[in-house]
Design a protein around this ligand. Structure first.
Ligand code: BGC
Length: 424
């Protein structure tokens, strides 16, 4: 049985299984699925209806509710965090009048995990400000199942756990069958891609491809980025909840972008290059320059009205020159992030091109995340870097809509079907 599940995990890792055009090895189980999405400061519960139309094409309908995760649940104990998650699910089921149903559930869990089965993953380490104790080293699906059991007011059949990059790739694959890369540039940053099985040492078999979650946010943790990291990066890292970890992510992700800008501004103040050499208590406070301010400043018109308002909320009295300086600081930080992220994706695509041997690699990248979607200039600068560094690739970027939830439900739909086929 273990071998079968292992094989199943590999097959589900391969996008071909959910391709309606090429013969799928298992049709999806049609019906209602619950999808959970945990990976940032918000937690989403989603009801996904997977259906088939008359031509056998998949249809996916979703309804979701967002819950913000209280600080004490993020940083308390695993039991507190998963009890809160179970409470949100219970609330959502009440609202949808579905408490009586034991639905199959797909869990998008966006942290580094060692997968042992499609429904079993050991949390390696928390990222993005989560520290809930008692979770690292444990099976996350087990923690969820226990919390649901503790509540006792509903039942769920947890069938699959996936990373958000994988869910994004799968949900985009559903629209474009060239989609073999998933990328997230949001609170955190990461990518997955379809690797040739012959290069995947951990799994038996040489045929076909399998999805590899790179967890590239951790690039640099063994010194690779030392030539590129600046004093601001070091301050961010030292003051973080996971010092020495996720160093590449800390140069790109939305969790850190605003704070990087604030540190640059403080340096300008200290060197008497802006704000007459004076900073308010607010500007001196860690976290006060939010990442959304970076987007707002860079999206501002030439009168700097928005920038001025933001700085006033930080109790600063900016001149026009100060506003220009703030804009330049924002642009420097976000342009560097776009370049760094673009270089990472180009490395992945060039590797895929080399291993596949085609003259030109025609590939689609499914992307999600607040920095990519909401920042006014990130996307274009990022695309420009990727194109420049991948002369042998023809790349299409598609933005995923609710990819985390939809992807998790699609994977669950296939896993559910396959489990019933092999009498699981
Ligand atoms: C996590 C990844 C995740 C990424 C984007 C990182 O901090 O380690 O698993 O894919 O954030 O959410």
């Amino acid at each position: 049985m273990y071998r079968e599940i292992r094989k199943m995990t590999a097959v589900i890792g391969s996008a071909s299984v959910i391709c309606p055009a090429s013969p799928p090895r298992a049709r999806p189980q049609v019906g209602d699925f619950l999808a959970l999405d945990l990976g940032g400061t918000n937690f989403r519960v989603m009801l996904v209806k997977v259906g088939e139309d008359l031509d056998g094409q998949w249809k996916v309908d979703t309804k979701h509710k967002m819950y913000s995760i209280p600080e004490d649940a993020m940083t308390g104990t695993a039991e507190m965090l998963f009890d809160y998650i179970a409470e949100c699910i219970s609330d959502y089921l009440d609202q949808q009048n579905m408490k009586h149903k034991k639905l199959p559930l797909g869990f998008t869990f966006s942290f580094p995990v060692r997968h042992e089965d499609i429904d079993k993953g050991i949390l390696l380490n928390w990222t993005k400000g989560f520290t809930a104790s008692g979770a690292e080293g444990n099976n996350v699906v087990g923690l969820l199942r226990e919390a649901i059991k503790r509540r006792g007011d509903f039942e769920m059949d947890v069938v699959a756990m996936v990373n958000d990059t994988v869910a994004t790739m799968i949900s985009c694959y559903y629209e474009d069958h060239h989609c073999e890369v998933g990328l997230i540039v949001g609170t955190g940053c990461n990518a997955c891609y379809m690797e040739e099985m012959c290069n995947v040492e951990l799994v038996e078999g040489e045929e076909g491809r399998m999805c590899v979650n790179t967890e590239w946010g951790a690039f640099g943790d063994t010194g690779e980025l030392e030539d590129f990291r600046l004093e601001y990066d070091r301050v961010i890292d030292e003051g973080s909840l996971n010092p020495g970890q996720q160093l590449y992510e800390k140069m790109i992700g939305g969790k850190y972008m605003g704070e990087l800008v604030r540190l640059v501004l403080m340096k300008m103040v200290n060197e008497n290059l802006a704000f007459g050499g004076e900073a308010s208590e607010k500007l001196k406070t860690k976290g006060s320059f939010e990442t959304q301010f970076v987007s707002q400043v860079e999206g501002d018109s030439s009168d700097f009205r928005q920038t001025c308002n933001i700085l006033r909320t930080l109790e600063m009295q900016p001149t026009l020159a100060d506003c220009q300086a703030v804009r330049m600081a924002c642009e420097s930080v976000s342009t560097r992030a776009a370049g760094m992220c673009g270089a990472g994706l180009a490395a992945v695509l060039n590797r895929m091109h080399k291993h596949r041997g085609d003259d030109i690699l025609k590939i689609t990248v499914g992307v999600d995340g607040s920095v990519y979607k909401l920042h006014p200039a990130f996307k274009d600068k990022f695309h420009a870097t990727v194109h420049k560094l991948t002369p042998s690739c023809e790349i299409t970027f598609i933005q995923s809509e609710e990819g985390s939830g939809r992807g998790a439900a699609l994977i669950s739909a296939v896993a559910y079907k396959m489990a019933s086929l092999i009498g699981h």
